[in-house]
Design a protein around this ligand. Structure first.
Ligand code: DHE
Length: 553
């Protein structure tokens, strides 16, 4: 059945799959070519992020027709169409979204996916430098760009807002709250990062497209773009000053899920300079992963280094970009822990803390000494985003993470001493289950803000929690106003001064009235402004220029 299926895919016809081994569903599975193509796209859009393009599993379990040896999860043929449909419709408490109940996938799409998942996964085509170059466009050459800002705005307090399902990014003036421009960035745009100077935003989309946005232009505009992968999640920039500041805005790096590689780009034009494949052997059992995907990337402020986290192998690659111009890339490979995902710097920016979410752990990387410093068990599926750094009178400097799988916020002590890299305290969210995606604070704030986007309870999805960083008490629960129905609260970002917090109300892609940006006063914890508009479709991540360039969280 499996072999027949593979060849069926290669030659373009979908042979009916039948299997008769014990425990394996005997229902025949067949998809027309048109159905198969649609299912493949749906899988890419909604499932591949957690389950992997080749469906070997990562944050979520594998989705292969037959279970790989040693896997606790059954094969999809064993589950059968009805059970798979139930998972996709209603989700699980472990973090699987309820795509059906939310109305994001229709019954017909869910049925199609449930059948597709019982066929073997299609192969990944390669992508070469020539493919990238042919997609590379410089819309405004460097010499035609302004040499000083063309407006009198405080561009360091601009916000870039991801309009996920619109495939666009909105640039909003954080001082005046005016919309300055809406820029086409590509399918399911995911995050933005600021260049070291703050002048440029880089976006990365799930279609592997990087765009470069110049904030000095009036209005801010797209100046270059490139497709450097089929599927990607991360982008960052060179943040090390160097002796004469010669690395500032010099390079960018794109981290891809598929093909599994990273690409070093010219920071001002996005010209692709070097592609490096991340396939390799996992640090636990030494199994080969062709699909060893690049999850988070951060740039060191102290050295010419990027920290590249390879999900499936559990390796942290420290990539030295000082020699790129001379054709040399130096890489130190550290053994960390499998299924690395998201993370951020501690307050000294010497240590990078990254979640190995499926292992319930946070890995602490000493980027100065180039070694793994500690591996800390925190709770069920830590999801820090970038985490949050704050000083507490009892525990000293702390770095915090929320969890997808439980209702706690783990506080890890970062100061040298007996408690360093220990969970010294857990804050608890009221109600059942986890679902926290992001937490945030700011050096000028005494609040820790927490979302709960992926909780199973629609009411808790709409709730934001605020803790006092000194007393560690929960001081406020804020809900999205009822005038904005069907939205979930996601991602928090401070303004440059640290006295405002922007929260996304993430609603339906076909109805702007279910979407908004909520702006809270961090001192009074009152809602001070609601931004809405026909252009504001599915806002998710928000990135303040100053805080993003300086890694303030
Ligand atoms: Fe993200 C960061 C991957 C789904 C919003 N997301 C990241 C990072 C990774 C990642 C690897 C770290 C990037 C870095 O720091 O370099 N995200 C994935 C997935 O694989 C996943 C789970 C599933 C998928 O299919 O893509 C996924 N992410 C989402 C969403 O559904 C979110 C909530 C909404 C959206 O816009 O897609 C979402 N991810 C974000 C945001 C960040 C992020 C806002 C950056 C947080 C920050 O404060 O820096």
């Amino acid at each position: 059945g499996l072999l027949l299926g593979v060849w069926g895919l290669v030659i373009g016809c979908r042979q009916p799959e039948t299997a008769s081994e014990e425990g394996v569903s005997a229902e025949p599975i067949s998809l027309t070519d048109e159905e198969f193509a649609r299912a493949k796209q749906l899988f890419f859009n909604y499932c591949a992020g957690c389950h992997g393009t080749t469906r070997r599993g990562a944050t979520g379990p594998h989705l292969l027709p037959e279970a790989p040896e040693g896997s606790p999860y059954p094969g999809t043929r064993q589950l059968g169409t009805a059970a798979i449909k139930a998972f996709i419709t209603s989700g699980t408490p472990g973090g699987m979204p309820d795509w059906g109940r939310q109305g994001i996938l229709s019954e017909e799409e869910i049925d199609l996916l449930a059948r597709f998942l019982q066929l073997p996964p299609p192969p990944i085509p390669p992508m070469n430098l020539a493919d990238m170059r042919s997609s590379w466009k410089v819309h405004v050459p460097v010499e035609e760009r302004p040499t000083r800002p063309q407006h009198n705005r405080n561009w360091r307090n601009f916000f870039g807002v991801v309009l996920r399902d619109a495939g666009k990014v909105a640039i909003i003036d954080g001082d005046t709250k005016e919309l300055l421009s809406v820029i086409n960035t590509g399918f399911a745009v995911h995050i933005l990062r600021s260049s070291a100077s703050g002048r440029y935003f880089y976006s990365i989309g799930r279609d592997g497209k990087v765009t470069l946005i110049d904030l000095w232009m009036d209005p801010p505009a797209l100046v270059a773009e490139i497709k450097g992968a089929y599927d990607a999640r991360s982008v960052d920039v060179s943040k090390y000053r160097g002796r004469r500041g010669n690395f500032i805005d010099r390079y960018a790096i794109l981290g891809a899920y598929n093909p599994p590689h990273f690409v070093i780009l010219d920071g001002l034009t996005l010209e692709p300079l070097k592609i490096i494949r991340t396939s390799g052997y996992d640090v636990n059992e030494g199994l080969f992963y062709d699909e060893a995907r690049v999850a988070s990337i951060v740039a060191s402020h102290h050295d010419p280094l990027w920290v590249v986290n390879v999900k499936e192998t559990g390796e942290v690659w420290l990539v030295d970009y000082a020699g790129v111009a001379a054709g040399k890339v130096k890489i130190d490979v550290l053994n960390a822990e499998q299924f690395l995902h998201d993370g951020g710097w501690d307050h000294t920016k010497r240590y990078f803390l990254v979640a190995a979410n499926n292992k319930n752990k946070i890995v602490v990387v000493d980027v100065q000494e180039k070694e793994v410093e500690a591996i800390v068990e925190t709770g069920i599926r830590p999801h820090p985003g970038r985490g949050a750094n704050f000083y507490n009178p009892t525990y000293g400097n702390l770095w915090a993470t929320g969890h997808l799988g439980d209702n706690t916020i783990a506080l890890i002590a970062t100061d040298p001493g007996p408690n360093q890299w220990k969970v010294v305290k857990k804050l608890e969210l009221p109600g059942v289950g986890g679902g926290t995606l992001f937490i945030k604070t700011h050096p000028k704030s005494r609040h820790l803000w927490v979302d709960r986007t992926l909780n199973n309870d629609p009411e808790l999805q709409r709730t934001i929690y605020v803790f006092d960083t000194e007393t560690l008490e929960l001081v406020k629960e804020l809900k999205i106003p009822e005038s904005i129905p069907q939205a979930r609260a996601v991602h928090l970002e401070f303004n440059q001064n640290g006295d405002e917090v922007w929260v996304s109300a993430w609603g339906r892609k076909d109805d702007p009235s279910t979407n908004a940006i909520l702006i809270y006063d961090d001192r009074t914890l009152e809602l001070k402004q609601i931004i809405q508009g026909d252009w504001l479709i599915t806002p998710t991540g928000k990135f303040n220029v100053y805080n993003t360039a300086n890694d303030i969280y």
